[in-house]
Design a binder for this molecule. Sequence first.
Ligand code: F6R
Length: 594
Amino acid sequence: MCGIIGYNGKENAIPIVIDGLKNLEYRGYDSSGIAYFHNDKIKIIKEKGRISELEKILDDDKSTLCIGHTRWATHGKPSRVNSHPHASGEITIVHNGIIENYASLKEDLISKGYKFLSETDTEVAAAMIDYLYKEEKNKLKVLEKLEDVLRGSYALLILFRDDKDTIYALRKGSPLIVAKSKTGNLVASDIPAILDYTKDYYLLDEGEIAIIGKKDIKFYREEKEIKKELLTFKFDIGSAKKEGYKHFMLKEIYEQPKVIKNYLEHYLNNMDLIPDLSLYEKIHIVACGSAYHAGLIGNYLFSEYGDIEASCFVASEYRYKKNFINDKTLVILISQSGETADTIASLRLAKESGAKTLGIVNVVGSTIARESDEVIYINAGCEIAVATTKAYTLQVLTLSLCAYKLGLIKGKIDKQLEKELKVSYKNLPKEIEEILKLDYKKYATKIAKSKNVFFIGRLLDYYICEEGSLKLKEISYIHSETYPAGELKHGTISLIEKNTPVIAVITDKKIAEKTISNIKETRARGAYTLVLKQKDIEISHDIYDDVIEIEELSDLVSSILTIVPLQMLAYYVADSLGYDIDKPRNLAKSVTVE
Ligand code: F6R
């Protein structure tokens, strides 16, 4: 949440920072701003709205040092005054994260004579740094001290008015990377911001400070200089660009056959990279949002194929409850970004309780990847659209491979089944390509007119419905609810009116008849029914208005195919309504606040 970037070097830093902000806009887009040295003074320009609004008010100034920020509001509504950078006395900062004790610090600083213009916690942090600097005079010591003073999570870029050649950066709980390009040094909250200039970067660790000069970068921990390893970003730079698609979301949906194929080639041929889950007595899967929906599927597959006690939890709940875990428990943390605050907290809690932890992560070197005992990278490449698609399917695929390996070890998958499953995995990318060829617009226009949509399914189909419904809600702003198909009649069916869309998923032959009965119940009350089903499941024409058919695949794999039409449907509904699909209102890509 919030994107930050800084450049210090030989070039004009302002366009570099503006470009970087555009590449980070998916992290937050309520408002943006920059600060740079101009005639030995720090000049701040900021504006509410998208970065294009900021560009309209830029001067022709040039500066070789600049920091910038794109905001996802936490403290105070989106407005120019609440936008970053914030300045106080000698100090100007941009900030990602939340300062939890800002209210008491603010009171204290007001009593010391500080005045505040904004409602933000960030302005309080700026004033606090200014206060400490006036007391202490030593910049490094002041920054080291911050860890004791500021509670919460933060990544900060700091400019001191008396040092026009340096950006100071530090992190606690929010990611920051530092990079060297041919013309200077960069610092950012996320890789896409720097990819136009370099692929090599340093990852700032918890409690570390970077002092970024025009040539040199120095790293410190506990006031001692430290050496850090230079890392290389391995994915295509192209993967952070739209490449002709109208939206990143559409591009990422279409990328799925390719990333899944690459993933399977890598992991199916190297099954030793998939951990042996049979070593544990029980498994907890912990995640948020779509990653949690992926976890629901994994949870089901682990029980079915691995005969193991598995449970799936929303991270923001898990971290506050008794979990009864010990060293025989494996806690699996699923996260695209690897930086989701509640998932990180759950990971730390699991480790403290003695459990083993496995991270299923996309962003290389992210906090969850680094702090988990083991990590499986899903290798989705950059996912820019706020609504996740390819990362979600790869999360499900990873859990599927874990269940597959568990089934082999536990003898639940015999030779014959193993052969069939391999065929299912192999066919998956091709089947996704086929399903992508269908025309979704014709269904989308019917759904786009509605105020409420219902998704129903049983077991795996229900978990898929949860994800399909979230996709629709987050980008089309149409209210939708998901129910286990048998549950609707216990209350919610009262909401079904003439033409209310009911999207029903049926891929499990064993329980298809039951779901079919539930579809009939909604149709009898006037619902428009769109059925998404496997080809081999027979249904009569009088239960649906429209039908989308997908190939029959093993249940270890089928969910990955089933979600694709629902992703496409959500996309085309939102597109037909003219919404900004990659940047839905109120959302941000990486949820680094609790
Ligand atoms: C929805 C979506 C979110 C994320 C959730 C977890 O499309 O993207 O629900 O799945 O915020 O994020 P990560 O996976 O980064 O932990």
